[in-house]
Design a protein. Structure first.
Length: 226
């Protein structure tokens, strides 16, 4: 526990030092996963984001879905969610820039490579808003490094880096690039925390503008199977 606290404090300090050179927004996540059987699980997640460091809150979302684990390396999900983007210049300023409902299937592939884990995620988003229907395609490639003493059936620490691209089936096709660095600390089988830095570039869309964000996440994992 002491090592985990020191690990998180060091990560926070590194982000604060970096923030002195760049204005960061905030990106906050609460995630719940419920394991129903060896193959089936569900998830629910809420997010709130701001364009300044815990100021000018402009975005929130809620999503949930089901996941089927084909094997230990491959799983598929189907999810839906509500996504709202507000105007800049304050906290949840009206009128909204975007009021959106999405349905999305997702594929997730994991491949161990020595002490590292290679992750690939593909998602197809069907997006419905006041501006009509749009499709978007997302692909994320990431590498993670779990480490620490395995005392509860898992390694408590993990460092990760990933990059995700967003594109559509209409011009200009390319929509967004999102780069992400994170440090995770799993406190127990039921709870883990995440701190990270995210930078994204957007191309002429009415979602959140391209920024850098400080991310903090809380993840709960509950097993309902016997």
């Amino acid at each position: 526990m002491k090592k985990g606290i020191l690990f998180l404090l060091f990560t926070i300090r590194a982000v604060i030092i970096f923030a002195q050179y760049e204005s960061l927004g905030s990106w906050n996540i609460i995630n719940l996963k419920g394991t129903l059987s060896d193959k089936w699980s569900f998830f629910a997640e809420g997010q709130v984001r701001s364009l300044k460091y815990y100021d000018d809150f402009h975005y929130h979302e809620f999503k949930s879905g089901l996941t089927f684990e084909v094997n230990k390396f491959f799983r598929v999900s189907l999810a839906t969610g509500k996504y709202d983007t507000y105007k800049e210049g304050g906290d949840f300023v009206l009128p909204k820039n975007n009021d959106e409902f999405r349905i999305w299937p997702q594929l997730f592939l994991v491949q161990p490579l020595g002490k590292f884990i290679i992750e690939q995620r593909g998602r197809v988003e069907m997006r419905f808003s006041t501006n009509g229907h749009r499709n978007r395609f997302r692909y994320r490639l990431g590498v993670s490094y779990p480490f620490g003493k395995n005392t509860q059936g898992f390694k408590p620490f993990q460092l990760s880096v990933s990059n995700e691209i967003f594109f559509t089936d209409n011009e200009p096709y390319f929509e967004r690039n999102r780069f992400f660095l994170s440090a995770n600390y799993r406190i127990s089988t039921l709870f883990s925390t995440q701190l990270g830095y995210m930078r994204q570039f957007d191309y002429k869309i009415n979602d959140e503008t391209g920024r850098a964000f400080f991310l903090i996440g809380a993840y709960f994992d509950i097993v309902f199977r016997k």
